[in-house]
Design a protein around this ligand. Structure first.
Ligand SMILES: Cc1cc2nc3c(=O)[nH]c(=O)nc-3n(C[C@H](O)[C@H](O)[C@H](O)COP(=O)(O)O)c2cc1C
Length: 366
């Protein structure tokens, strides 16, 4: 069960290598167990792996245990409102499908089932530049009026960057998530190394500094969102350079092991650069598996929350799996909101959570 919370999932009737019944999926963690059952060892390891001893990967899953959501009574919660905007675009839910490479390792339809499921549900999908399908194929699969962003890496080959940005623009992607926590090299992902010999080599630039980041904005008219922010100092640097948003992330624990969780980084920004939340949008991800995890990140100032591995695992069923995953998380989010006494997702703020345990441990505050 991969050390996941025991919620009574019974796999005794599952046949190794085959798809389990989709109805068995009642929580996002269930999709991970199903993917492990269905996929080859190497494909599962590719999605599942973190870097080094996976301290950050595990911290992402564990941090929620230290957060309390007291909840308020005596409030009218009869009309739940879960919709929000991201960079001015309307979405039905405050969580989105984050960029994750090679959806084709889970299903032949690869990113196409992700883009269709996201479109059907009105949620944001941000394909990875290392996707199985091309920018063009993914754009062609979207619904009319669907809004897609796209992720980009800082390739050392500048003409590749220019070419991809101009294709993103002309294909109608509305913003670029620029990943800044994976420069030069990948994390050492031992679990994946056991299954494959291609590691580390990324083609990403190792010389990308603050000046390069500033110049990057001149390369496209699309809004750029630096993804992989882990400190208040870097958040502030992005604000000073005029970016419209930042994306707090530790890459799902796949790059720098020991990097803080999104909860800790958001708290760091709240303490040392609170103006960031007033002047730019902040997105966050890492270990989000439950509705109350989404609530926690929103309460700490995130406008929207990303899901990396789980949509990939759910994609073993293609679109149906991804739709079910979105439905389950939506139901948990709605339920948590009603139980905590807030009907509008946009009103969730830090008064709804207690993070004293983390303040004490991570920031040494009394
Ligand atoms: C298999 C896999 C591939 C990923 N590929 C990318 C990528 O191409 N670009 C990127 O910015 N982040 C990538 N990520 C990181 C995700 O965008 C996200 O930050 C992370 O997975 C969130 O944590 P979670 O998996 O616990 O939800 C990848 C993550 C996984 C698991």
């Amino acid at each position: 069960m991969e050390g996941l919370p025991n919620t009574g999932l019974d796999t005794t009737d599952w046949v190794a290598g085959e798809l389990p019944p989709l109805e068995d999926m009642l929580s996002l963690n269930d999709f991970q167990i199903a993917a492990k059952n269905r996929l080859s060892r190497s494909s599962y390891a590719y999605y599942r792996t973190g870097a080094l001893d996976e301290v950050t990967y595990q911290a992402n899953l564990d941090i929620w245990k230290k957060v309390r959501i007291p909840g308020r009574s005596f409030r009218d919660v009869s009309n739940a409102e879960l919709s929000t905007t991201i960079l001015g675009h309307n979405f039905s839910l405050p969580f989105f499908i984050a960029p994750a490479a090679r959806a084709g390792r889970a299903n032949e339809s690869a990113e196409l089932s992700l883009v269709r499921a996201a479109g059907r549900k009105g949620v944001l999908y941000v394909p990875s530049i290392s996707s199985t399908k091309s920018l063009e194929e993914i754009a062609a699969a979207q619904f009319d009026n669907q809004t897609l962003f796209h992720q980009e890496y800082i390739w050392s080959n500048a003409s590749r960057v220019r070419d991809e940005l101009s294709r993103m623009e002309s294909l109608g992607y509305k913003a670029v998530f620029l990943t800044v926590d994976n420069t030069g090299i990948n994390g050492i992902r031992t679990r994946n190394m056991r299954e494959s010999d291609s590691q580390g080599e990324t083609g990403h630039s190792a010389t990308f500094d603050l000046q390069s980041l500033a110049q990057f904005q001149q390369m496209t008219s699309l809004p750029i969102v630096p993804k992989g922010i882990r400190t208040a100092a870097d958040a502030l640097a992005c604000l000073q350079l005029g970016f419209p948003a930042i994306y707090v992330s530790n890459h799902g624990g796949r790059t720098l092991d020991g990097a803080p969780t999104a909860v800790e980084t958001l708290m760091d920004i709240r303490m040392h650069a609170p103006e960031v939340f007033d002047r730019m949008e902040v997105y966050a991800d890492g270990g989000v598996r439950r509705g109350n995890h989404v609530i926690t990140l929103l309460a700490l100032g995130a406008k929207a929350v990303g899901l990396g591995r789980t949509p990939m695992y759910a994609n073993i069923w293609g679109e149906d799996g991804v739709l079910r995953m979105i439905d389950l998380l939506e139901t948990e989010l709605r339920t948590t909101m009603l139980l905590m006494g807030e009907s509008n997702v946009n009103n969730i703020n830090s008064s709804f959570i207690n993070t004293k345990l983390i303040e004490h441990e991570f920031f040494n505050l009394d």
